[in-house]
Design a protein around this ligand. Structure first.
Ligand code: GCU
Length: 589
């Protein structure tokens, strides 16, 4: 899926701003024809979650309606251009109308979708209406409101202790949470690009697969700016691959995130119909034994699990917060993060390429369970999300691994979980054989999906949820478990979550749980332990920042306090202690 861009053939218009908004708790909008427009609206910011914008919106996860109006961008010509509207993320599901005509629907937040509106537009006063549904249900992903089902299954329902009842530990923010863009493109143009890179000694190779939506034969002219690498190929309706050789190439890595400007022109006869530019990083990534090799060299992942989370905007798109979080991660000496627990914004991914971060790119499949109710639907959604995520992020050099789920509840459903993940891993491999696959488990040894993964991602909180307050007990337990896990699966391991809650400003000597000292000690002891395990290839602290959760006895102020920075990005003691470890030359690389 191409990201919107402006050039001599393409134009984009950002519809961000203040839209009309209305809650629909009685679900009356459908009958009352709000699809063509509605009254009784209040102003709401787009993009942003609705939950923290209003006094009466925080816990509302039902149906709400948005509307805005736009005029057609100048220079648009019906015989030359198509025009579409692209939503980068609406959570949880959206139905969209233009001038009263239904364009379509999309289920699942955090991944983009778009509709062609060419046939439905008029010069001015185009009314775009969006019906958003944020409800938590067992047959959605991520699921919620499972309490009754979990009781039948005799499982302690995390949801029973959590309001709103999400089967996951973050607030289920809803709304139009990333930009909405009008896209003007040539009627016959480039429709998709796939870039695969390889290295041989000091030379780079860039394979470019090109799709177009034009009629008949066309020619693609492909060039890497600032190099002599260019190629030309005739393409027809199926994909065509073009190869660019780059002698003595600059390879992409965290230490040197060199990006080439790839430029493609689509030509028919003597006319150029379309053009598209893409930044390309030449690198390879693969697992070899117990190592993760970047450009043939072992690499160690130091970083974080995060959330897209900030006061008032909730899960809303915030470039300043994105830039700030990268600055904090660079200050810490980090080189990696996992997109917990959903795909992050496209801006976040572009900056990972530019700043040199190694990303484990995770689908929204968090909190999965395998009781029969809704199981088929949850698998279908996980397949949809996997396809959409790979289609969106496949060309980022920073994406080094796909994670197909976080913490599925597989314990009592070994066979069902294995039957669920086997086709999911097959699908991901069929879509992208160039990257290793993982999934993130809290079960460990008994996790069925580890059989299919190239790398094992493990979340562990010994010293917190187990052996509470007893780090001396916890570290040996963790050490033994890591050895047993490696012994059983003989695959490299990333500890993708470890951490402790710390109330900023709360101190204790000797350290005790919820003090900054305890959090710092726990992280330090985990990191020192990982340095003794050659098969541990990465450490991601949970979490970079404190973040909003549902209300529960486990979450003071409705916050998860495992951040080493507060929710407004101020450092705790742990930030300084971990930074000293990660910027120390003896850091494990
Ligand atoms: C889990 C989960 C996180 C959660 C964390 C915690 O590992 O993946 O989403 O926030 O535990 O309990 O703090």
């Amino acid at each position: 899926m191409l990201y919107p861009q402006s050039n001599r053939f393409r134009q984009q218009v950002d519809l961000s701003g203040v839209w009309d908004f209305r809650f629909d708790p009685q679900n009356e909008g459908d009958q009352a024809s709000w699809q063509s427009g509605f009254t009784g609206a209040r102003p709401a910011a787009v993009p942003a979650s609705w939950n923290e914008q209003f006094e009466d919106g925080r816990d509302y996860l039902g149906v709400a309606w948005y509307q805005t109006e736009f005029t057609i961008p100048w220079g648009w010509a019906a015989d030359k251009h198509s025009i579409s509207v692209r939503f980068e993320s609406v959570n949880y599901s959206a139905e969209v109308w233009l001038n009263g005509v239904q364009l379509g629907a999309h289920e699942g937040g955090h991944l983009p979708f778009e509709f062609d509106i060419t046939k439905h537009i008029r010069p001015a006063n185009n009314r775009l209406v969006v019906r958003v549904d944020g409800e938590l249900t067992p047959d959605r992903v991520p699921p919620g409101n499972l309490a009754s089902l979990m009781q039948q299954e005799k499982q302690i329902a995390f949801e029973e202790t959590n309001f709103p009842a999400g089967s996951f530990d973050f607030f289920p923010f809803c709304g139009i949470q990333r930009p909405v863009t009008l896209i003007v493109a040539p009627r016959e143009g480039i429709s998709d690009l796939t870039v695969l890179t390889d290295i041989a000694d000091r030379d780079g190779r860039v394979r470019v697969q090109i799709k177009h939506n034009g009629a008949g034969e066309m020619t693609a002219r492909v060039a890497l700016k600032n190099t002599d690498s260019l190629a030309e190929a005739v393409i027809n309706d199926e994909t065509k691959e073009v190869l660019l050789e780059v002698p003595d190439a600059h390879f992409w890595s965290p230490a040197s995130p060199y990006l080439y400007d790839l430029h493609i022109e689509l030509v028919q006869g003597t006319s150029v119909l379309d053009e598209y530019s893409l930044q390309v990083g030449i690198r390879t990534i693969r697992v070899q034994g117990d190592q993760l090799l970047l450009n043939g060299e072992p690499v160690y992942l130091r970083g974080f699990g995060r959330h897209e989370d900030f006061p008032v905007i909730g899960r809303g798109y915030a470039p300043a917060v994105i830039v700030k979080d990268y600055a904090l991660m660079q200050w810490m000496g980090a080189n990696s993060f996992r997109t917990t627990h959903y795909p992050y914004s496209e801006t976040m991914m572009q900056l990972a390429d530019r700043l040199g971060f190694l990303v484990i790119d995770e689908t929204p499949a968090v909190g999965l369970f395998f009781a029969n109710e809704g199981l088929e639907q949850r698998l279908e959604l996980c397949k949809q999300y996997t396809k959409e995520l790979i289609a969106r992020d496949k060309n980022h050099p920073s994406v080094i691994m796909w994670s197909l789920a976080n913490e599925p509840h597989s314990q009592q459903y070994q066979a069902e979980s294995s039957a669920f993940f086997s086709p999911l891993f097959d699908l991901a491999r069929s879509l992208d054989s160039s990257r290793p696959l993982t999934m993130t488990s809290y079960i460990g040894l008994q996790e069925p999906a580890y059989e299919f993964a190239d790398v094992l991602s493990l979340n562990r909180y010994a010293g917190w949820y187990s052996q509470p307050g007893q780090l001396d007990e916890a570290i040996p337990v963790l050490s033994a478990e890591l050895d047993a896990l490696h012994q059983k699966f003989n695959k490299p391991i990333i500890v993708t979550e470890f951490g402790a809650d710390a109330l900023a400003g709360h101190h204790a000597q000797p350290p005790e749980m919820f003090s900054e000292e305890y959090q710092a000690d726990m992280l330090e002891q985990y990191i020192q332990l990982f340095r003794t395990k050659a098969f541990v290839i990465g450490e991601h602290i949970w979490n970079l920042c404190d973040f909003k959760t549902g209300q529960s006895v486990r979450r003071v102020g409705g916050l998860n306090l495992k951040g080493i920075f507060t929710r407004d990005r101020r450092p705790k003691l742990a930030a300084h202690r971990v930074r000293a470890l990660w910027t120390n030359p003896t850091t494990k690389d």
